[in-house]
Design a protein around this ligand. Structure first.
Ligand code: HEC
Length: 151
């Protein structure tokens, strides 16, 4: 009798382990990609990739300028990440991205304009760094939510 109960327990434990392993293999652990797909034509995709590369190089230039307390150069580095970089957006990009994408993207441009303004208005390097770090949460949020496929 004791033995029988033990066997049932082992069976249940094995079942539980199987359920847990199956659960993990269905989670993002096993590489499932839950990001929403945005389908873009070549113009829109090229624009987006250029914009993203400009984000990285602008941030690199801003960090270099911050390390020298050169606030004018900080503003110059970050200005293209503001709405200035949006002047020649291909119309197909705007019509292809979902509202949620715009709701992260627009405030990101706005934030970089505000940071550039603050640098021009005499903010300290520490204040600017703090604003950049906060704004970069938007880079992370958008990358976690969306990916692009070519049309
Ligand atoms: C509103 C959404 C959004 C925001 C905000 C955003 N990105 Fe992106 N980014 C994307 C998407 C979508 C891709 C994928 C493009 C693809 O699949 O080709 C991407 C790709 C990239 C890439 C890869 C580009 C390449 O060469 O293929 C880099 C680097 C990048 N982002 C940097 C940044 C940085 C830095 C920020 C913040 C300053 C940022 N992004 C903010 C949506 C966003």
């Amino acid at each position: 009798m004791r033995n029988k109960i033990f066997k049932i327990d082992v069976h249940h434990i094995l079942l539980a382990i199987t359920v847990v392993i199956t659960g993990f293999s269905n989670s993002s652990w096993a590489g499932r990609d839950n990001r929403e797909v945005i389908v873009l034509d070549d113009d829109a995709r090229n624009f987006l990739v250029r914009e993203m590369q400009q984000n990285v190089s602008g941030l690199q230039q801003a960090l270099t300028a911050l390390s020298k307390d050169d606030m004018d150069a900080v503003a110059t580095a970050l200005r293209p990440l503001g709405f200035q970089g949006m002047t020649d957006v291909p119309p197909t990009l705007m019509s292809s991205v979902p509202d949620g994408f715009k709701k992260i993207g627009m405030p990101t441009h706005m934030a970089f304009d505000r940071i550039a303004d603050a640098a021009e208005a005499g903010a300290t390097a520490k204040e600017i760094l703090s604003s950049i770090a906060m704004t970069m949460n938007k880079c992370i949020a958008c990358h976690a939510a969306y990916r692009v496929e070519s049309e």
